[in-house]
Design a protein around this ligand. Structure first.
Ligand SMILES: [Zn+2]
Length: 185
């Protein structure tokens, strides 16, 4: 089932999300719905707060990029109770967008190497060091679990430049091809 994506201004996007218990109701169905919602909106990642749930569940699909980045062929993964333990490596700037911030694309500086822990779809625990593009996407998505969005990383000047678009979203205006839930709806 395709779910509406919560847009900037929705308070759930600013909450610190919580770990879930192994018996969280209908978890399998929730994960399927998150993949379907992400695919429909043509995103590479989606965090549960973006569908209105303040829980630490993230889906990532890098298969869509595998023409340019063959190492991500068939890469579709869910991360449950996901936490970043450490950010390091080199600081790299890259353009980011977000399904909860339609129409905004800005360059964001992030470390290119992280250490993370999470549970997979079988609720098995993993601790990994991740680099490159995946480390970028994970940081963006896992930020959502801390109540952060990529615009929080911008300079005051860049923030000023996108203020009009943000204010429009607060008034319920969001132009995109997928279903959204703004504060006014
Ligand atoms: Zn996002």
């Amino acid at each position: 089932m395709i779910l509406p994506i919560y847009v900037y201004g929705q308070p759930v996007l600013r909450k610190v999300a919580e770990d879930i218990a192994p018996d969280y109701p209908n978890l399998k169905e929730l994960i399927e719905n998150m993949f379907e919602t992400m695919d429909h909106a043509e995103g590479v990642g989606l965090a549960a707060p973006q569908i209105g749930l303040p829980i630490r569940v993230v889906v990532i699909n890098l298969d869509v990029l595998s023409e340019d980045l063959p190492e991500y062929k068939d890469f579709r993964k869910v991360y449950i109770n996901a936490h970043i333990l450490e950010v390091g490596g080199e600081t790299v700037s890259m353009d980011e967008g977000c399904l909860s911030l339609p129409g905004i694309h800005e360059s964001v500086k992030r470390g290119d190497k992280i250490r993370v822990k999470y549970l997979d779809e079988n609720l098995e625990e993993h601790e990994e060091v991740v680099e490159g593009y995946l480390a970028r996407v994970m940081q963006h998505e896992f930020d959502h679990l801390e109540g952060k969005m990529f615009i929080d990383h911008l300079s005051p000047l860049r923030k000023q430049m996108i203020k009009g678009k943000l204010n429009a979203m607060l008034k319920g205006k969001a132009h995109c091809t997928y279903k959204v839930k703004t504060v006014k709806k």
